[in-house]
Design a protein around this ligand. Structure first.
Ligand SMILES: [Zn+2]
Length: 174
């Protein structure tokens, strides 16, 4: 089932819901469709275009910031789809400090890497190899990253996510 991006009244991305749920929010006047999808829902007395992006009519206060989910997709987007060691197109995920040597599965230790570097590095540390990271891996900040971690973003969503912290959304949605 396709999903709809939900924006706060301030246009800040909040999350994703099913298209049907989004349509109910619009029909109940709790939200307004700001971008239609190409999908149409047929019912007994007619048809209606399903929304791709909706905006809540009333501002919703978010009590706390959720941590950004650590996913392969989000790591690739953060690292711009590049190998953090040599800069070519990344094809895999690597733990900077290998898990076998106590490295954690977290934003500071998980990076995107090419197959060649990943294979060459194996379970050695950067110090062992004399390698350097092209940038220090950190947890990304910004509302749009929460959306990115939840699944495949729709291309229509990208202009709504970009102002909220995601630079590499175009590449991430390919
Ligand atoms: Zn590489």
């Amino acid at each position: 089932m396709s999903q709809t991006l939900v924006l706060n009244a301030t246009y800040e991305p909040l999350g994703v819901v099913s298209e049907r749920r989004a349509l109910i929010l619009v029909l109940n006047e709790r939200a307004t469709s700001v971008e239609d999808s190409s999908r149409i829902l047929n019912y007994a007395r007619g048809s209606i275009t399903l929304p791709a992006v909706i905006k809540l009519n009333k501002f919703v206060k978010i009590p706390y910031r959720h941590a950004v989910p650590l996913s392969r997709r989000a790591i690739f987007a953060r690292d711009n789809n590049r190998c953090v060691y040599c800069g070519v197109t990344a094809t895999s995920i690597d733990h900077v400090i290998p898990r076998s040597r106590g490295g954690g599965h977290n934003w500071e230790n998980v990076v995107s890497a090419c197959h060649k570097c990943n294979h060459a590095k194996a379970d050695r540390t950067l110090k062992d190899l004399g390698w350097r990271l092209r940038h220090t891996p950190r947890e990304p900040v910004g509302a749009a990253w929460r959306i990115l971690g939840t699944g495949k973003p729709d291309r229509i969503w990208i202009p709504y996510l970009k102002p909220f912290g995601v630079e590499a959304m175009g590449a991430a949605s390919a």
